[in-house]
Design a protein around this ligand. Structure first.
Ligand code: 0OX
Length: 325
């Protein structure tokens, strides 16, 4: 088979992956959907005629044609940690006091929206996505690669042949959640209680066509590969992951004191209702990785991070009703 066909297929594949990155990762498309679809179907036609040219990172391989018998177990080389919780400004002040006792370094905090989804770990080998896994109990998770590959904002391959693992949250946008529940109601099916359950239910499907239909998305926020990535702080890690083509949450901020952290929490307590996805709090992390190492971990969770949880909305609703009645 002549190499010009091979080059044509590679050129189409790379072009479509670039356009997909612009649309799903940067939210800045440079072509119309029609132009994307035309190019996509040209690739489908050529891959159908020359199936030996299909590669695992071709956009045609995202559509979910895999039905598993069951889920394989995955052991996380680096345990996926959980978070301690804070519920008040006083809890955060106590956290800040503890931190100051554990390191003499000047501490900056990174505040990240606590995305209300399902934790996932993505492993890339030589730039190719080879594994998508759930957190499970933190040590043993489930292999959900067939479903993770259908999430449009997860790169199937990276521009450079990195061998790294990145972690984040897979979630269902509010709009997709409402549309899904409306569809389920029309079909007489049980509706999902919240977007988190809907995302978890979608990723735990054996048939990847289901996940492919659920418009899932991800935000990446952690990586055990900090040596490979040569980053010295959480902020640098977020910037590096974005540079590699991963979606990171653009609301993350650097705070120089716990008072600034609280100001951000108060701001997001109001703004969270306008976000296109659900959050259930704010994650506060010591920025500098050397300081994180000094501060250390408890058995299950880092001492250098805490999750401030928003008050449960139902409680507020009840209180509001009482006030008005
Ligand atoms: N749901 C989130 O958005 C979220 C969860 N966890 C973390 O960090 C944990 C992970 C390992 C140590 C701290 N960050 C987040 N943004």
């Amino acid at each position: 088979m002549d190499t010009s066909i091979e080059q044509k297929v590679q050129q189409l594949r790379e072009q479509l992956n670039r356009w997909s990155h612009e649309y799903y990762v940067q939210d800045r498309p440079t072509v119309t959907d029609h132009e994307y679809d035309e190019t996509y179907h040209e690739l489908v036609r050529l891959e159908t005629e020359y199936p030996q040219l299909v590669t695992s990172d071709s956009p045609t391989q995202r559509v979910g044609g895999v039905v598993l018998e069951g889920f394989e177990k995955v052991t996380h080389q680096n345990p996926m940690l959980s978070l301690s919780n804070a519920f008040s400004k006083e809890d955060l002040q106590a956290f800040d006091d503890r931190i100051k006792k554990l390191t003499n370094r000047t501490i900056d905090y990174v505040c990240e929206l606590k995305i209300d989804g399902l934790s996932v770990a993505l492993t890339y080998q030589d730039g190719q996505l080879v594994l998508g896994a759930t957190r499970g109990d933190g040590v043993i998770g489930e292999d959900i690669t067939h479903n993770i590959r259908t999430v449009k904002s997860v790169p199937l391959s990276l521009e450079h042949p990195w061998s790294i693992e990145v972690r984040g949250e897979c979630y269902m946008p509010k709009k997709s959640f409402q549309q899904l529940n409306q569809l389920r109601e029309e079909e007489g099916l049980e509706v999902f209680a919240n977007p988190r359950n809907a995302a978890a239910g979608s990723l735990r499907q054996l048939d990847s066509k289901v996940a492919a239909s659920r418009n899932l998305a991800v935000f990446l926020y952690q990586s055990p590969s900090v040596e490979t990535l040569e980053v010295a702080s959480q902020m640098e890690l977020l910037e590096k992951m974005q540079a590699l083509g991963f979606v990171t949450n653009q609301e993350s901020v650097l705070c120089h004191s716990i008072d600034e952290v609280w100001a951000f929490i108060e701001k997001m307590t109001v703004e969270r209702n306008n976000l296109p996805y659900e959050i259930d709090g704010i994650v506060i992390k010591v920025n500098d990785f050397k300081a994180q190492e000094e501060i250390g971990f408890t058995v299950k969770a880092p001492k250098w991070a805490i999750a401030y949880k928003f008050p449960a909305e139902e409680a507020q609703t009840i209180v509001r009703d009482i006030e008005w009645t």
